[in-house]
Design a protein around this ligand. Structure first.
Ligand code: SAM
Length: 276
């Protein structure tokens, strides 16, 4: 029997295939190809308590796509700082926004070696898009990076994207982290956040806590379900674009709902904030 943890020859240098990674587990949930047995095992474990776990990833991703469309069209934003970009999939931030704003610049930041390898390959011929490796929970590191300062113009509005990232941060200073980014940005700049939600209803809180246990005790090691107020606090004194902080599936859906949300879709929320 083949050893599923052995790396195929295409695995980028420095990738540990014996430890699950957030980016690869998420890729597996979105039916991507850049994941290993250890990543798929995390999802199988979570599926024992939440069989529809993959829908959580899709709700998160589809919210990001709609938020980017909004920022590029209604918001007229031409600069994006996408923190924790994940593995390239269909409809990446630069593809969505450059379709609407052909001159838009997108800076992707991630610390996963597989993300970096694939991202750089994808973007080789796109001069308006850059990938850097950094810790997204250390804003000073990113804001002080010369490449970032050269690429993005901080005298113009910027959209900060932290989509599906902060629930992997165990500290309590998420709001301070976001503030450090937005303090450097002009009024009229935006912040996009999607985050695992503890809906604080007996039925859904129970499933949120059960998923949290599975994620945090998995080889991936994190996945915190925060309450509505805890997630709202991440936006500080920014104005939330209507409809505010809601379930990702309820944020300007593409059309009318024809089937009720399932349990995991009730456990992920998102919002877009505007600096005033
Ligand atoms: N933002 C994408 C989306 O919403 O589709 C991907 C979200 S994925 C769940 C989270 C991403 O954050 C992963 O690619 C992971 O590698 C990245 N990430 C997690 N912690 C990070 C850190 N400390 N520094 C940089 N990237 C990080």
């Amino acid at each position: 029997m083949p050893d599923a943890t052995k790396a195929p020859s295409s695995v980028p240098v420095g990738v540990d295939t014996t430890r699950a990674s957030i980016a690869r587990v998420y890729d597996a949930a979105l039916n991507g190809k850049d994941n290993f047995e250890i990543d798929r095992e995390v999802l199988r474990q979570v599926a024992t308590v939440a069989p529809q776990v993959n829908d959580l990833a899709w709700s998160n991703r589809n919210f990001l796509i709609r938020a980017c469309r909004f920022l590029a069209s209604q918001g007229g934003i031409t600069q994006y700082l996408d923190c924790g970009s994940g593995l390239p999939t269909a409809e990446n931030t630069h593809q969505v926004v450059q379709r609407l704003q052909p001159t838009a610049k997108v800076l992707y930041v991630d610390n996963d070696p597989v993300v970096l390898a694939h991202g750089r390959a994808l973007l080789e011929e796109n001069e308006q898009t850059l990938f850097i490796s950094a810790d997204i929970f250390q804003p000073e590191e990113i804001l002080g990076n010369d490449e970032v300062r050269e690429f993005l113009d901080f005298s113009q509005p910027i959209a900060l994207i932290h989509n599906g990232t902060l629930h992997h941060y165990l500290g309590h200073d998420g709001p301070e982290i976001i503030k450090k980014y937005t303090d450097e940005m002009l009024p009229g700049s935006y912040t996009v956040i999607a985050h695992f939600l503890d809906p604080e209803t007996p039925e859904h809180s129970q499933i949120a806590r059960a998923m949290e246990q599975k994620f945090t005790h998995s080889p991936m090691g994190s996945g915190v379900f925060r309450t509505h107020d805890q997630i709202a606090a991440m936006f500080g004194d920014q104005e939330l674009v209507e409809p505010g902080l809601v379930l990702c599936d309820d944020w300007w859906p593409d059309g009318p709902r024809v089937k009720p949300l399932n349990q995991v879709e009730e456990c992920i929320a998102g919002a877009v904030g505007r600096k005033v």
